[in-house]
Write a protein that binds this ligand. Structure first.
Ligand code: PFF
Length: 445
């Protein structure tokens, strides 16, 4: 069945797709890696991969979705009927399920912090202790994970336009405004420059094969490509909209946010003489102690949490949407039901991840906690595999005329860019992805 739902306009689509892309990857992992892996030099490498690998893959997913106007699994079936290519869509659906099962754990922590910050129960306390307590408390962690997933299910159940688009329309501009306020606050602190230098000073000697491979992996993780989420999102896009321009805006916004994140975090951390760290430690331990020392810090910390909450939620919508759309296939009643059922199923499967910092912290899978094992499976195996298959599928199974039509490659500049895109998809992306894979399996260690 053809999709019945559509984005109201191009902006709705861009905000939703940018909302999917901008998430924990860009704002709590990436800035730290930039800071410790060569600053501006690493940023340049990342930029290169984002434009050379991430962006071409994003366009490939857009072509699959928009040309068929079908959700992820049906889209592959329509283009290559009677073949097994629809397994790429299924892989994306399963990958999104697992991804959301642990993404929602972090979403839950942010929710707990937000509520605690709102009621004045964070600033001025023993931050490490608070964090330990939040992640190891089984009822709290699981309850917050459930609450986070219920919010996502509620939005997705309302539909593409009234749910996902409407939520992104408020959350994404709010995220940008909050970020800009944070950057201004951070940069105007005494000693802020040191943080800017830590983040951006180019140091080419820090660029190792490890950081190059990381930049590659991150370039498609941070654009949400590889699990066909963007196939489903672009299937709701009107045929007249320009895909290349939309993809350019989405990539531009994601890069901007990664930059803003670094400029909001490091100047504040350095101005107060703290040690930067990545991930949970940065958001939940370092930042509260930084904000405790700044005038109006409590308010700014609350803003930071709101911003993180928006970023994680808008990514969660896309992960839930690809699964729900694959089951509902355009049936609105079914969508409503499926959003809740899938949300609850993800919750049930995600409970072990939520408990892996407390009750289940001795359980090891391949030498990792349950949470880390799920993350590794998704980020290092399923997403790169999906991306590789998409890079093979598009030039192999989609007719050249369709590609030209979808990408509007009719002007002379358009034709030249099209040739570059094809080259990147056919050769550069697969080779880059295979390197990421080999690295994940320790071949270069
Ligand atoms: N892009 C998200 C982030 O950087 O946090 C993660 C993600 C969301 C990956 C949705 C893939 C996806 F389909």
């Amino acid at each position: 069945m053809k999709q019945t739902e559509q984005w109201t306009n191009r902006l709705g689509f861009i905000l939703a797709a940018a909302g999917s892309a901008i998430g924990l990857g860009a704002i709590w992992k990436f800035p730290y890696i930039v800071g410790t892996s060569g600053g501006g030099a690493f940023f340049l490498v990342f930029l290169l991969f984002t434009l050379g690998v991430g962006l071409p893959l994003l366009l490939a997913e857009f072509v699959i979705g928009r040309s068929t106007q079908q959700e992820a699994i049906s889209a592959y079936k329509t283009i290559a009927p009677g073949t097994r290519w629809h397994w790429v869509g299924r892989l994306g659906v399963v990958c999104s399920f697992i991804l959301l099962s642990f993404y929602s754990v972090v979403g839950g922590w942010i929710l707990i912090y937000f509520i605690r910050a709102l009621t004045g129960q964070i600033i001025g306390m023993q931050y490490e202790h608070v964090f330990e307590q939040v992640i190891s408390d089984p009822l709290g962690a699981v309850g917050a994970q459930l609450a986070f997933l219920l919010i996502a299910a509620w939005v997705v159940a309302r539909g593409v336009e009234k749910g996902i688009e409407a939520a992104n329309k408020y959350m994404m501009p709010a995220l940008f405004l909050l970020f800009i306020a944070m950057v201004i606050r951070s940069l105007t602190l005494d000693g802020a420059m040191e943080g800017v230098l830590f983040f951006l000073t180019p140091d080419f000697s820090e660029i190792t094969s490890e950081s190059i491979l990381y930049a590659m992996g991150q370039s498609f993780f941070a654009l949400s490509v590889g699990n066909s989420v963007m196939v489903t999102y672009s299937s709701y896009l009107n045929r007249n909209e320009n895909l290349v321009r939309s993809a350019g805006s989405i990539v531009g916004l994601s890069l901007l946010v990664a930059l803003l994140a670094g400029l909001a975090i490091f100047p504040a951390v350095f101005a107060l003489g703290m040690e930067p760290t990545q991930g949970p430690g940065l958001l939940f331990v370092v930042l509260p102690s930084v904000f405790a020392q700044i005038p109006l810090g409590g308010l700014f910390f609350l803003m930071f949490l709101a911003l993180f909450l928006f970023a994680t939620l808008t990514s969660a919508f896309s992960l839930l949407e690809i699964i729900v759309a694959s089951l509902a296939k355009g049936n609105e009643q079914k969508r409503k039901r499926m959003a809740w059922i899938v949300g609850l199923a993800i919750f049930v499967c995600g409970v072990p991840s939520a408990l892996s910092f407390g009750l289940l912290d001795d359980v090891r899978l391949f030498d990792k906690s349950i949470f880390d094992a799920a993350d590794f499976l998704v980020s290092n195996i399923m997403l790169p595999l999906g991306a590789l298959l998409i890079a093979v599928f598009v030039p192999l199974k989609i007719k050249r005329e369709t590609l030209v039509r979808e990408l509007r490659a009719t002007t002379s500049l358009g034709r030249r860019l099209f040739a570059v895109w094809l080259l990147l998809i056919k050769y550069v992306s697969p080779i880059a992805i295979i390197f990421v894979f080999l690295h994940s399996f320790g071949v270069f260690d």
